[in-house]
Design a protein around this ligand. Structure first.
Ligand SMILES: Nc1ncnc2c1ncn2[C@@H]1O[C@H](COP(=O)(O)OP(=O)(O)OP(=O)(O)O)[C@@H](O)[C@H]1O
Ligand SMILES: [Mg+2]
Length: 378
C-alpha cells in the first residue's frame, strides 16, 4: 500500500486505497465506453467528479483498455483556448518519444505552433495563431480526427464542459457536435457542475448535443460506506476513531465529499491516538476559525437582504418550499416573488445549491463550512 502522511486527500486522485466507493458509477462508465455510449457526468461542485474520472482512468489502465485523456476547460474563454488545452492534453498524454507523440508533433508542426514547457510542472504549453475562424474550425476537427486515426480506443474526458456555453463563438456546440459525430474510436465523458446549463445543453431538442449521451449523476457517497472507509484508513495508519465520532464527521460535513475529506484530514492530523466526538467538535471549530476570513469577505459582496436569506437557509439546513409562507414569514423575507428573486441571484453566484431529488427541489447553502458558520454565528 502506498503511504502518505495524511490519507484523507484534499485534491486530485492518488490511488484506489484513498478513494471511497463509487462502484456503481465506475460500472456505468465502463458499460458506456464498452458499448460506444458517451456520458454526461453531473454533480454539484466538490462532490467528486474529477476524482471519479481519474479513478476510472486508473481502472482502464489496469485493464489495459485504450488510452485516457483528461482536459479541464474551466479556465478557457473561447474556442482558441479550447483548442490549445486539447492540444496540450494530447502532448502531455503522448510525449514526443512515443509513437503517437511523434506523429502528433508532425501534425502540430503544420500549425506552426510555439511550444514551451512550464518551468515548474514540466507540462507542455502551446501557442497557435489563427488567421480566420475557418482555420480554427479546421484545427479543432484536425485534432480530433488525429486522435481518432491512432489505432487505439481513446476516452476523452472534458471537465467543466458547461464552460463552452460562455464562449463568444456561439457555434461551438454545433461545431463540436459535428466533429464528434464522425469519430469512431473516441469515447467522451462530458463533466460539469452547473446542472441547469448541462441539462439544457444535452436535453433541449434545439441544441446540437440533444440526446447524444447518457446522464450519470454523481451524488453523495453512501453514509455507511463512507463510515467504513474512514474507520479503515484510521486503522491502517495506526490510529483509532470511535464510530460515533465518524457519524459526527459525516453529519457536520453533510457527507459532501470535499468537506468530509477536509474534516477527516483535520481530525487525522490531531496529535491523538483515539478520536472521540469531542476531538471532532474541536476540529470543526478550528476549521470555522480558519475559514472565517473568506466568509466575512462574502458579506461585502452581498446585499444585507441576500445575506439574511443565506442565514435563513443555513439555519434550516435545507429548504424545500423556498417561497412558502412558513419559511418567508419565519425569516421576514417579504413576498414569494422576493424570495424567488433572491434564490435566483444566489444560485447564480453559486452561494446556494439547488438540487433535485425524488421529493422535488431542495436548497442548501452551497459551501458546507459556510453554512455551519452562518448557523453558528447568527
Ligand atoms: N470517492 C472519493 N473518496 C475520497 N475522496 C474523494 C472522493 N471523490 C473525491 N474525493 C476528494 O474530494 C475532493 C473533491 O473532489 P473533486 O475535486 O473530484 O470534486 P469535483 O466534483 O470535481 O469538484 P469541482 O466541481 O469543484 O471541480 C477532493 O479532495 C478529492 O480528493
Ligand atoms: Mg472537478
Amino acid at each position: 500500500m502506498r503511504r502518505v502522511k495524511n490519507p484523507f486527500l484534499l485534491k486530485g486522485y492518488l490511488a484506489k486505497e484513498f478513494f471511497c466507493d463509487r462502484e456503481n458509477e465506475l460500472r456505468v462508465l465502463y458499460e458506456n465506453i464498452t458499448n460506444g455510449i458517451d456520458t454526461t457526468l453531473i454533480s454539484p461542485r466538490r462532490i467528486g467528479k474529477t476524482g471519479l474520472i481519474l479513478r476510472f482512468f486508473d481502472d482502464l489502465k489496469a485493464k489495459k483498455w485504450g488510452e485516457c485523456l483528461y482536459v479541464d476547460i474551466y479556465a478557457s474563454r473561447g474556442v482558441e483556448d479550447f483548442i490549445r488545452m486539447l492540444a496540450e492534453a494530447i502532448l502531455l498524454k503522448f510525449p514526443e518519444k512515443t509513437n503517437i507523440g511523434k506523429r502528433f508533433m508532425y501534425f502540430l508542426k503544420g500549425l506552426r505552433p510555439l511550444i514551451g514547457y512550464d518551468a515548474l510542472t514540466g507540462e507542455p504549453q502551446i501557442q497557435i495563431v489563427f488567421h480566420s475562424p475557418q482555420e480554427r474550425e479546421n484545427t479543432l476537427k484536425g485534432l480530433l480526427d488525429f486522435l481518432d486515426r491512432q489505432d487505439v480506443p481513446i476516452v476523452l474526458a472534458i471537465d467543466e464542459f458547461q464552460q463552452i456555453t460562455e464562449y463568444p463563438e456561439k457555434n461551438i456546440e454545433f461545431l463540436l457536435r459535428t466533429c464528434i459525430q464522425r469519430l469512431k474510436n473516441i469515447h467522451f465523458i462530458f463533466s460539469g457542475s452547473r446542472r441547469t446549463l448541462m441539462l439544457e445543453m444535452f436535453s433541449n431538442a434545439n441544441r446540437p448535443f440533444f440526446a447524444s449521451t447518457q446522464y450519470l449523476t454523481v451524488d453523495k457517497i453512501d453514509r455507511e460506506r463512507y463510515a467504513s472507509f474512514i474507520i479503515r484508513l484510521f486503522e491502517e495508519y495506526g490510529k483509532e476513531i470511535r464510530r460515533e465520532a465518524v457519524y459526527e464527521i459525516l453529519d457536520w460535513s453533510d457527507t459532501h465529499t470535499f468537506y468530509t475529506q477536509s474534516l477527516c484530514n483535520r481530525v487525522f492530523a490531531m496529535d491523538e491516538y483515539t478520536i472521540t466526538i469531542e476531538h471532532v467538535k474541536k476540529a470543526c471549530a478550528d476549521i470555522l476559525e480558519w475559514t472565517e476570513p473568506a466568509f466575512l469577505q462574502y458579506r461585502q459582496l452581498l446585499t444585507p437582504i441576500q445575506w439574511n436569506f443565506l442565514i435563513a437557509v443555513a439555519k434550516e439546513r435545507e429548504v424545500r418550499q423556498i417561497s412558502a409562507q412558513r419559511f418567508i414569514g419565519k425569516y421576514n423575507i417579504g413576498t414569494p416573488a422576493n424570495a424567488r428573486r433572491l434564490v435566483k441571484a444566489l444560485v447564480d453566484k453559486e452561494l446556494l445549491l439547488e438540487s433535485v431529488d425524488k421529493g422535488g427541489i431542495v436548497y442548501r447553502v452551497y459551501d458546507v463550512f459556510f453554512s455551519r458558520w452562518l448557523e453558528r454565528e447568527y
